[in-house]
Design a protein around this ligand. Sequence first.
Ligand code: NAD
Ligand code: TYD
Length: 339
Amino acid sequence: MKILVTGGAGFIGSNFVFYMMEKHPDYDIVVLDKLTYAGNLETLESVMKNPHFKFVKADIADRDAVFDLFEQEKFDVVVNFAAESHVDRSIEDPGLFLTTNILGTQVLMDACRKYGIGRYHQVSTDEVYGDLPLDRTDLFFTEETPIHTSSPYSASKASADLLVQAYHRTFGLPVTISRCSNNYGPYHFPEKLIPLIISRALADESLPVYGTGENVRDWLYVEDHCAAINRILEDGREGEVYNIGGHNERTNLQVVKTILKQLGKPESLITFVTDRAGHDLRYAIDPAKMMNELGWQPTTTFDEGIRRTVEWYLDNESWWKSIISGDYQNYYERMYAER
Ligand code: NAD
Ligand code: TYD
């Protein structure tokens, strides 16, 4: 079995590589990654020398590079994690999101059509469903919830999903799509809420909370997401969408306070800043299909996951410090100076 993992030098992609190499040590895994600001080869250091692993630096939207790789490698399965993934950046520069997230998906699927493939899996997000009201805790996103996007990021991911479904219907491409809730865990880039709060709190810096901090996200430990994708590859039905989540809804303020408590840092570090434009209120996944059809269950509770994540950031300071000392510092200034 030879699997192409695109975006494997990023947060979830790298965790998926580690998960799959442990679960299926005989599989061959090729990571294709453009190494944007979010991709980090250091993350993959522990597998670089494994004879079942190979890294290729390329852009999923580069048709020649992608087709050349497919010609050489003859993949059985493609799992597409590669994406521009940060909502705030998509508000600043939507164009790049359309190129990578939509056109890149098209290029990958065209290569799958030309060279043949057992399965193309699209890693999507619950953000394609838009948001739910804060006062309707009885409502959840199911696979039948209409697509209704809020940000250029979610619009680009939804567009890619529609294209994946079109390639299934029109060309018979064997596809599956997963839509997961917010992930957290090791190797999470420190521009996203949880690692941003951990890294800034450790430096006793102010912690920017958008708006009132009452927005709700449904958090899943990254390894549980990886296990769910593995189950979809094994037994998921072609053409189907699977929602992934573990019923772990928390307000942003609750998340920040949990982290502060674990680090022994004061809540006075919290600073309320101008809200994100178009800020989605609440995400909440109904994972019944994953559970009933594929027998998947999340295994890590939020408390345990946060404890492990904070410990990981404490034990791996060099990983994230080298990131925030570089270009990311300019990003922080740009994004938060006026807030
Ligand atoms: P990330 O930003 O940490 O990693 C993205 C990776 O893709 C990086 O390694 C980057 O270098 C690479 N990449 C970007 N553009 C590329 C291109 N044009 N060609 C090749 N590689 C490119 O993102 P993540 O949080 O790991 O998310 C991975 C996927 O999971 C994305 O598709 C995202 O939409 C989806 N997702 C994320 C979450 C979450 O909470 N982080 C939740 C649900 C779904
Ligand atoms: P984020 O990690 O960017 O994920 P997403 O927007 O894709 O859900 O943000 C999670 C939540 O935290 C979201 O409601 C926005 C909020 N947030 C802050 O309050 N402050 C911040 O500095 C960041 C990055 C996010």
